[in-house]
Ligand binder design. Structure first.
Ligand code: FES
Length: 194
């Protein structure tokens, strides 16, 4: 009947306590080890995913030309717009993102800037030197040198050509910087294409 003796009962209780202490110690070690391992893992994860938090560049004022390259003769000049672009993990230099026409009327210091995209369906318009007008070859939209539609009732384009803002401060130094944007096509409202 050794099992029912007080000594044995006491030993059993102590053994149970030791088991619980051992379990708690192992659990604590496991938790601490997990935390210690998670810190470098999370730090690495932040470094890897960090580029995703950065916004792609390529918006805002971009240098397009010098003022000298746009004589004041009422003839529109075509200039491609390029910028460096950064996506999640890569940086691309001088990526083309569109183009503009720059124009100065004779004797005028004012510089006009138009996006080359036709608001109808996005084809590039041409500048016709003899008539000093813009023409879209896709569906025959015609625009004045100012970008206004000629005969809006019969013009397929739902709005005038899209004007863009030129940085006037830099223009004083002979530099043409443009707040370049593309806009949605087939809509009468000028809505930026994000
Ligand atoms: S895209 Fe220019 S008229 Fe249609």
């Amino acid at each position: 009947m050794a099992d029912s003796s007080p000594d044995v009962a006491e030993n059993t209780v102590e053994s149970g306590d030791e088991n619980r202490r051992g379990f708690t110690t192992r659990l604590l070690a496991l938790v601490c080890g997990g935390i210690a391992g998670a810190i470098p893992f999370l730090s690495g994860l932040v470094v890897i995913l960090d580029p995703l938090r950065r916004k792609a560049s390529g918006k805002g004022f971009l240098r397009v030309a010098t003022l000298d390259s746009v004589p004041d003769d009422g003839i529109a000049r075509y200039f491609p717009v390029v910028t460096d672009r950064t996506d999640a993990w890569n940086r691309y230099l001088d990526e083309p993102i569109g183009a503009v026409f720059l124009l100065r009327e004779p004797g005028s210091t004012e510089l006009q800037c138009l996006n080359v995209k036709c608001p109808h369906a996005g084809c590039n318009v041409d500048f016709i030197i003899p008539s000093k007008t813009f023409h879209c070859p896709c569906h025959d939209s015609n625009f004045e040198a100012s970008g206004a539609r000629i005969n809006p009732e019969s013009c397929p384009s739902p709005r005038d050509l899209d004007t863009l803002v030129v940085d006037q401060e830099r223009l004083k130094d002979g530099e043409v910087w443009v707040d370049f944007k593309n806009f949605l096509t087939a809509t009468s409202d000028k809505i930026e294409n994000q």
